[in-house]
Every structure is written in structure tokens, then in C-alpha cells.
Design a protein around this ligand. Structure first.
Ligand code: KIV
Length: 294
């Protein structure tokens, strides 16, 4: 049976909501992708994604920072708002940047900006039990929260690099505690990043909210990947859990090299790219005398 969910061209688009994502637990797998602007949001939405995340990974793949720690709230709001213009059907989620949710009042103020200025429909924040009060406060305020545990890139300094998490009995127990705490606090789903499939299976089985995996094996309720990784647009490093579906970086470079070559050799613009003066104006235009100011 076809599961093609492409955005219909009529006005009646059945929008994905946080409760509808939550309702997909144990059912059809939830397809999620990051996007960072109008055009990537439009393409992701039109491809049939259930959920589009404006991830703070934009710090690395769009802004060129070495990690995700430097992107600001203002930068994120700008990108979320642009992406919202392209996403019509999928659930648009905004990622709360480093330190933007370190207290409950900060979390409420900044998540509120994502909803009212950015037009996001939910927010994501990294952390487990430690951020349960923030998740509860946001949920109570009517803002759906996607939690994120395992390899949380905002804790890269504490982890000593982008390293897989939960690779022991003790670490798995701690992950389970975090997963239960974010569910209890009101998260509508939780991202599991870079953890062993065995741990992901336990957590997925224990929770009543969906788990969205990135490097957590095939046992989660959904999957998410970074747009630039999937399309071959980011070369600095490619984690083991990424699958590339296209090599658009290489294809784009080739196209731009061809353009340069055409310009240098006078092959572009061609006649069909050229605007000509209407016939009845040509003679008079030719006679225009140009006087330069001294
Ligand atoms: O910032 C991001 O893109 C993310 C996803 C990879 C889950 O957090």
C-alpha cells in the first residue's frame, strides 16, 4: 500500500500535530528531518515528512561553527520563521539553543519566542531528568516539547567529544531514568541519539510516548537525520549512523564549475537568456548620446 503523504495542492492540508505524532506510537514509523530555511522546509514538507526540526545543528551545517554551542536565540528565531513559510503540513519543531532553557523562566520566555515569532508548533530541548522542570513548565503553558537524550551535542565538552552514550549497564539505567523523567514531565516524544540499539529497544518498550532515533537502530518509533548529511551537503564529518541518499554537494560544485567555465568562455548568457529592446525602440535607443559628468 502506498504511504505517499506528499502535500496536496488543495487548501485542505491535514496538518500533523504533536498529539497526532504521539498517537503514532507503535504504529506507522514517524519520519523526521531537519531543515533550516524556506526552501529546505518546503522540500522536506513536500516529501511527506511528519516532523521538521529546525535543529541547532544549523550552527555547524549552515553557519560553519565547529559545534552547536554558538548559535543564538535570535539566529534560531530567524531560521525557524523562514522555515515556517515552507512547512505547511509537517509538525514544525524549533530546537532550543545552548543555555536558552537553563532556568524555567528562560525556557518559557525563549520557547514563547519560537511559537509567537518563529511560528513553530513545538520546541525541542536537550537533557533528561535535569530539565524535567522546564519540560513540565512548557507543557503546562501549552507548548509541546520534544525531549532529547543520549548524545546531546550541547554537552560535548562534558562528554569529551561527539561520542555514543549508554554503552554500559549503568549508563543504560541512567538513560532509562532520563527517558521516564521526560515522559513524566509531559514531553510528547523523545529523541534518542547515538545509543546502542539494545538500550533504545528497552526505552522504546518502556515509554508510552514515541521515541525518535538518530543512531539508535531500527527499534525506535521514528527516525530523524540532518538534511545536509542525507543530501551530501556537509563533508566535515559523517557519523556512522548517517545514510546519504544523494551527493548534492558534489553535483552543486560541478554545476557551478560549468557555469564559471561558460562565463569565462562566453557561452553564457546565450541568446535565449538575453532581453532585447522592442523593435520600435531599437533605432532611437542606439542614437542616445551619453554625456559623462566631469
Ligand atoms: O540539532 C539537530 O539537528 C538535532 C537532531 C539531529 C536531532 O538535534
Amino acid at each position: 500500500m502506498s504511504t505517499n503523504k506528499k502535500t496536496p495542492t488543495t487548501d485542505k492540508v491535514k496538518k500533523v500535530t504533536a498529539p497526532s505524532v504521539q498517537g503514532q506510537k507503535g504504529g506507522e514509523k514517524i519520519c523526521c528531518m531537519t531543515a533550516y530555511d524556506y526552501s529546505s522546509g518546503l522540500i522536506a514538507d513536500d516529501s511527506g515528512m511528519d516532523l521538521v526540526l529546525v535543529g541547532d545543528s544549523l550552527a555547524m551545517v549552515v553557519l560553519g561553527h565547529e559545534d552547536t554551542l554558538s548559535v543564538t536565540m535570535d539566529e534560531m528565531v530567524h531560521h525557524v520563521r523562514a522555515t515556517s513559510r515552507g512547512v505547511k503540513r509537517a509538525l514544525l519543531v524549533a530546537d532550543m539553543p545552548f543555555m536558552s532553557f537553563c532556568t524555567v523562566p528562560k525556557a518559557l520566555e525563549n520557547a514563547g519566542r519560537f511559537i509567537s515569532e518563529g511560528r513553530a508548533k513545538a520546541v525541542k530541548l536537550e537533557g533528561g531528568e535535569a530539565v524535567a522542570p522546564q519540560i513540565k513548565a512548557l507543557s503546562d503553558a501549552g507548548i509541546p516539547v520534544m525531549a532529547h537524550i543520549g548524545l546531546t551535542p550541547q554537552h560535548v565538552a562534558k562528554f569529551g567529544g561527539f561520542k555514543a552514550q549508554g554503552k554500559s549497564v549503568e549508563a543504560t539505567k541512567a538513560l532509562i531514568e532520563d527517558a521516564l523523567a521526560v515522559e513524566e514531565a509531559g514531553a510528547f516524544c523523545v529523541v534518542l541519539e547515538a545509543i546502542p540499539v539494545e538500550a533504545a529497544k528497552l526505552i522504546t518498550g518502556a515509554l508510552s510516548i514515541p521515541t525518535i532515533g538518530i543512531g539508535a537502530g531500527d527499534v525506535t518509533d521514528g527516525q530523524i537525520l540532518v538534511y545536509h548529511d542525507v543530501l551530501g551537503l556537509f563533508d566535515r564529518f559523517t557519523p556512522k549512523f548517517v545514510r546519504r541518499y544523494a551527493e548534492l554537494g558534489a553535483a552543486t560544485k560541478e554545476a557551478l564549475e560549468e557555469y564559471c567555465d561558460d562565463v569565462r568562455r562566453g557561452r553564457f548568457p546565450a541568446d535565449k537568456n538575453t532581453i532585447y529592446m522592442p523593435d520600435d525602440q531599437v533605432e532611437s535607443v542606439r542614437k542616445i548620446k551619453i554625456k559623462k559628468k566631469k
